[in-house]
Structures are given as structure tokens and as C-alpha cells.
Write a protein that binds this ligand. Structure first.
Ligand code: FCB
Length: 412
């Protein structure tokens, strides 16, 4: 059997906007109404009211940790007005986890911001840091007994969106190849044509400043370990793509792994892998094993991401805060996760400090404008909100109970 370290966390992750429903004050809620082709989050899967059932299912399966996010737009629907009732709601979630012996991993900001914050310029706005910090101070009042806090989820994806939006605005709404600074060196400026391929490293430095300010608040006011969670692309160079790989990966990832130096942990989130050639990201061809979001079936991407994060973060302890697959075939989910965990065990055997594995996601949910990609260990009927655990939930619970993978699972 392949075993994991004592005390290793086994769990599943979610995010407020994707499961709660009716987050009417968030910027994403507004975006969904405006963007052609986007489906609405609506009631989502009503986990706002059904969180006890969801956490109970997780605990009953044998998982020991639940990652979820606080919804800033619920807690501060109007600038400076903090809702005691919403804070109490999230406190009840934390207490329910603790009662069940489930370790809560709390994300303070998972992609969404309040509409009023977006109207002030969002993360680019002059008061962004102070505004976020004021919210973080309030959030800290309910974190008693919480051991793991992530300030932000995937600021690097948020930066890629911001980079694309800036470019769109500058080009009058038409998508052309933007020019993005590579690594502070003007001479390395290059162009590309793919939406969300690039993130401006300057935005990474902005996020790092804000993250460090929030980190100081969490450290001062709570006993939690604090870090942030980063989207890892597990990018590799095709022949001739070595320089381009460094350029893309710096703004999109490495500036964030660097920003996690000095954190108590860094959240690694990996799903697939992609090649970079001299022109940029190499599109992945259609294949029968492709996921529902069109990415390649690459369970090995998790270990690749962990090794890269460990190196660039200069050995910051790692928590896998997301890993999973969009598939309608639950057997493929188990196959994927088995491969990912096998690779993860290899990184631990090599001395990398990995503290736990949180699968994305506990529930089928609202995948940022789309309902089709199902990542959940639990299916949800969106009319009745009935939950139906998939075989993968019981399977992951058994892995958790054994704290390891059986040899037969690894071979299969
Ligand atoms: C990550 C997000 C998460 C979910 C998964 C599939 O980028 O953090 O909310 O959408 O991808």
C-alpha cells in the first residue's frame, strides 16, 4: 500500500458563489446577467441553506476536511456595513465542521467581490488593499478554532482575466494580440493571441502586496496557518518553446509562488497540463479521454505542479486545495484521482512537505457561467436539490480511512 503521512488531511473543496445560490450582491452575479453565452448561478445548489447536509455527507464518507469560502458580498453588501447575521452563518458552518471532527479550510475570497468593490475599480482601484483588509478584519472575528486560512483563491486566474479585460478595453472591445511585459525586462515584450494565456506580472505584484497585508491581519488576530491558493498549469516546453514557457509562466504563476514565500502554506490547484511552443500555448486536440472542459486527461499534472510550486516557493509547505476532473463518467474520476494521488505520494517520498489533499469538488456546481462541467463527488438535482453521492465519494472516503492507496488501485 502507498501510505500518506500521519495527520494528512483528506477532504473536498467548494466555493460560495458556485454552491450557495442567490449571491445577488456579487460582481459575478452581475456579470452573469450581462455576458452573452453565460448561464446563471441562480439558486446554485442551495448549499447556503443545505450546508449541514453537505458537510454531513462528507464526514459520513470518512473525509476529514472541508474547504469552503466566505462570500464577501454577503458579509459586506454595502461598503463599510458588515452583516452580523452573515458572519454568524459562516460561524455556524465552522462550528458544524468542528463538531463533526472535520477540519475547516476557509477561503476568504474565491473569485467574487462585492459589486460596490468592482465599481470602485476592483483590485486595480486605489483603495483595494484597505477595503479588502477591512473585510478580512471582520472575517477574522469568526475564525476561532480554524487552522487553515487562504486569503484568496487563484489570484493568478483573476489576474489573467484582468489582463484580458484591460486589453479588450484598450482595443475597443476587439480581441487582438496584446503585448505583455515578460518579467520586468522591456526587451522581452512579446505578443500573443490567446485569451487568458497571459497575466501581467505587475498585477501579480499588486496581489502579492494585498495578500501580505491580509496575511499579517490573519496572523495577528487568529491562530490559523495562512496562505493563498494558486492555479498551476503544469506547463511544459515543446521543442523551441523554452523561452516562451518562462515568459508565460512567470506572469501566470511564478510571481505567485514567489509571493507565497514566508506563508505558512501554499495551496496548489492542478487539473491538467499543457505544452508551450514558440507561439504560445499549444491547443489540445480532441481526444476521447478529454474532460468536459476540453482539457487533456493528465493525472500526472498534480505531481508536476507540486514539484514546481515547492521549488519556486522555496519549500513552502503545500496543501492540495483543488484537484479533480470535469467528467460525466465517475469511473474516469476515480481513475484520474488514483493517478493524481499516486503521483502525489511520489512527491512526498522525495521529501516534499504536502499536508493534505482536498478534491474539487464536493458537489456538482456552477462552473463560472456553465452547469455542464460536473466536477462533483456528489450529484445534485437542481430542481429538488436532492443530493446523490457518486461512487467516487465512498472511494475517496476509503482512501482517507486507510490513509493510503491499495496496490490494486495503483495498478488499475
Ligand atoms: C478552479 C477554481 C474553482 C473551479 C475549478 C474547476 O480554477 O478555483 O472555483 O472552478 O477551477
Amino acid at each position: 500500500m502507498t501510505t500518506f503521512p500521519d495527520g494528512f488531511l483528506w477532504g473536498a473543496a467548494t466555493a460560495g458563489h458556485q454552491i450557495e445560490g442567490n449571491n445577488v450582491n456579487s460582481d459575478w452575479w452581475a456579470r452573469e446577467q450581462m455576458m452573452p453565452g453565460m448561464e446563471l448561478s441562480g439558486d446554485a445548489v442551495d448549499s447556503y441553506h443545505r450546508y449541514r447536509e453537505d458537510i454531513q455527507l462528507l464526514a459520513d464518507a470518512g473525509l476529514t476536511s472541508y474547504r469552503f469560502s466566505l462570500e464577501w458580498s454577503r458579509i459586506e453588501p454595502v461598503r463599510g456595513h458588515f452583516s452580523k447575521a452573515e458572519l454568524a452563518h459562516y460561524r455556524r458552518m465552522i462550528e458544524f465542521c468542528l463538531e463533526l471532527g472535520v477540519t475547516p479550510v476557509v477561503t476568504l475570497q474565491h473569485f467574487t467581490t462585492p459589486q460596490w468593490f468592482a465599481a470602485l475599480g476592483g483590485w486595480d482601484g486605489p483603495e483595494a488593499e484597505a477595503l479588502f483588509c477591512a473585510y478580512v478584519e471582520q472575517a477574522c472575528t469568526i475564525l476561532d478554532g480554524v487552522e487553515w486560512v487562504a486569503t484568496m483563491n487563484e489570484p493568478n486566474m483573476q489576474a489573467a482575466i484582468m489582463t484580458a479585460m484591460r486589453h479588450l478595453a484598450a482595443s475597443g472591445g476587439e480581441w487582438t494580440s496584446p503585448t505583455v511585459e515578460a518579467d520586468g525586462d522591456d526587451e522581452k515584450k512579446q505578443t500573443h493571441s490567446e485569451f487568458l494565456t497571459y497575466a501581467d506580472p505587475e498585477i501579480g505584484r499588486l496581489f502579492t502586496r494585498i495578500h501580505h497585508a491580509a496575511r499579517a491581519i490573519v496572523r495577528e488576530r487568529t491562530g490559523a496557518k495562512v496562505g493563498w491558493t494558486i492555479a498551476a498549469g503544469a506547463l511544459t516546453a515543446a521543442p523551441g518553446g523554452e523561452e516562451k514557457l518562462l515568459q508565460i509562466r512567470y506572469g501566470k504563476e511564478d510571481v505567485y509562488w514567489e509571493g507565497s514565500r514566508g506563508d505558512d502554506f501554499v495551496g496548489v490547484q492542478a487539473y491538467s497540463s499543457q505544452q508551450v511552443d514558440a507561439n504560445g500555448l499549444v491547443p489540445h486536440p480532441p481526444h476521447s479521454d478529454n474532460t468536459l472542459v476540453g482539457t487533456a486527461f493528465r493525472p500526472d499534472s498534480l505531481a508536476m505542479a507540486v514539484r514546481h510550486a515547492w521549488e519556486v516557493s522555496e519549500h513552502t509547505p503545500i496543501l492540495i486545495t483543488e484537484n479533480g476532473i470535469a467528467t460525466a463518467d465517475d469511473a474516469q474520476r476515480i481513475r484520474y484521482t488514483t493517478g493524481a494521488l499516486e503521483g502525489l505520494a511520489g512527491t512526498i517520498a522525495d521529501g516534499i512537505d504536502v499536508r493534505g489533499y482536498l478534491h474539487w469538488s464536493l458537489l456538482d456546481n456552477f462552473e463560472w457561467g456553465h452547469w455542464e462541467p460536473t466536477f462533483g463527488l456528489i450529484a445534485v438535482d437542481r430542481d429538488t436539490f436532492a443530493r446523490t453521492p457518486k461512487p467516487s465519494l465512498a472511494w475517496l472516503g476509503e482512501v482517507a480511512a486507510r490513509n493510503g492507496l491499495e496496490a490494486t488501485e495503483v495498478a488499475a
